[in-house]
Design a protein around this ligand. Structure first.
Ligand SMILES: *Cc1c(COP(=O)(O)O)cnc(C)c1O
Length: 326
């Protein structure tokens, strides 16, 4: 069933980034940012486009409660909570870990409770533990007379990925002749959807460490979405920005965050968009992205996640910035 609903105002802006382009050694008019961080729901980010499809299906099926899974700082979970609030649906978020985790009360978690979502902590364990916990939560909700609908991890299913076919088509109208679209690769739906609109050749995914097999994840979703075979080997994926792990900050990402902030006034997050920018910088150095080629950085949002790591980011930038009176 496909019954897309509207959760934002489209299209998102496409803005030039001439100062960043020059700093990277590209031509001044070569580099653009697609502002999917400015989607108008719940703090914004790429998950809004996917939710237009998945929550649309939930409503069409008569659901009254949305259930989804993730890590405590999940942007997808936060935006599911916001979508539920806007549509008058209950939301239960099933998170890995325990409420004692250090990030309690920061970043996305603050917004989850502000939007009125309930949180179930599934404890530490295999990814299958999380899916099992979501099943158990749904069982209990049904016993209580609710009608739950489960949105998959990261909102990534062939249905959710259709939101990024929409984005790719928007982009083709805004910038005909676009050669590269650089995007963070988490659960893979965003990259898969962009491939649905733009083909494998033009989409460069930067792996963020959220899944074990990024190429398989994207190709499975793209197969389901396009109905043709998208082979893992045909995908452009950079694995070089994971660092020492998904939730761990590494220096090239902090550097990319500083560069985008100081040259363009653009805020990136340390888990996804910062990694994507670090990947773009490296792709220019490698010659994978070259001067004269129209290049779009897809800003996927994540700002609240920055405040889940605020101390680390602050420590790394503040010391350089003291103003001394003389
Ligand atoms: C989830 C997320 C991504 C990755 O998108 P996927 O479709 O899961 O690959 C990128 N950036 C941000 C800010 C996200 O929250």
């Amino acid at each position: 069933m496909s019954a897309k609903i509207a959760l934002s105002t489209w299209p998102t802006p496409l803005e030039p980034m001439p100062r960043l382009a020059r700093a990277l050694g590209l031509g001044e008019g070569d580099l653009w940012v697609k502002r999917d961080d400015l989607t108008g729901l719940g703090g914004g980010g790429n998950k809004v486009r996917k939710l237009e499809w998945t929550v649309g299906e939930a409503l069409a099926e008569g659901a009254d409660t949305l259930v989804t899974t993730g890590a405590a700082q999940s942007n997808h979970a936060r935006l599911t909570a916001a979508a539920g609030a806007r549509l008058g649906l209950n939301v239960v978020l099933v998170f890995s870990g325990t409420p004692k985790s250090a990030e309690r009360g920061s970043g996305n978690l603050v917004l989850d409770s502000l939007f009125g979502a309930r949180i179930f902590w599934a404890g530490d364990g295999e990814p299958s533990t999380l899916a099992q916990a979501a099943d158990d939560v749904c069982e209990q909700l049904r016993r209580e007379g609710a009608r739950p609908y489960v949105i998959p991890f990261g909102g990534s299913s062939p249905l959710g990925a259709r939101g990024y076919v929409d984005a790719g088509n928007e982009l083709l109208a805004q910038l005909p002749g676009v050669r590269h679209v650089v995007v963070a690769l988490g659960s893979g739906g965003t990259m898969a959807g962009l491939i649905g609109a733009l083909g494998e050749e033009r989409v460069l995914g930067v792996h963020c460490g959220a899944v074990a097999e990024p190429a398989a994840a994207v190709s499975d979703l793209a197969d389901g979405l396009t109905g043709r075979s998208v082979t893992p080997g045909a995908l452009r994926i950079r694995p070089d920005q994971v660092g020492s792990g998904y939730g761990v900050l590494h220096e090239p990402v902090l550097d990319a965050m500083r560069t985008a902030a100081t040259l363009e006034g653009i805020v990136l997050d340390p888990i996804y968009s910062g990694r994507a920018m670090a990947g773009l910088i490296q792709a220019v150095r490698d010659g994978d992205v070259r001067r004269g080629e129209r290049t779009v950085f897809l800003h996927s949002g994540g700002l609240p996640g920055l405040f889940g790591h605020a101390q680390t980011v602050h420590r790394s930038v503040a010391a350089l910035r003291a103003f001394r009176a003389v």
